[in-house]
Write a protein of this length. Sequence first.
Length: 202
Amino acid sequence: MPGKMEAIDQRIQSFKSDLSRNSPIEVVRKNIIFGDSFVLSQSEYFDLRSTVANHFNLHPNEVLIIGSAKLGFSIVPTKRFRHFSNESDIDIVLISSALFDDIWQATFTYKHEVGIWDQEREFKDYLFRGWIRPDKLPPSKHFSICSDWWEFFRELSNTGKYGNFKIAGALYKSWFYLENYQKICTEDCKREVLDHNENIRD
């Protein structure tokens, strides 16, 4: 059996092979939307998805691990192909139009009853992409939805059921926005891999 580092390297090579043969959206669906998680067993992954889904009244299929905890490595530009490590987080995404609208409405009300907040501009930027990042919401001490979100994921992390990792959550309005955001990173990876292969041939 290969060690952890070798297993991740094998996953990276398989991912690069998929990039060479398939479209970015096919790579996203095969490697990020479907399949197992690198950091959790199949049983642990199901349990984690179910726990999050039950808390937010969602179906488990609307909860996914993404990022290096899913792949075993990162695909974001600043950490491209960096291995998952003991310092990494488990990043969770929820896909729910109803929950998205509830938080958007609460944020709209906050803006008109309380006023602007430090992260408002960044919140709007992500909102335009169909993504709510909790760290861009109004201050949690004045915004119960935000404080409830942070408390849930803090307690989930502290259980230790899924390893000694911080578990963080984000929310997408629909599969369209999730897939297309992941597609952007995957397109960058594909260009990098194809350029590298072309340079080798030259």
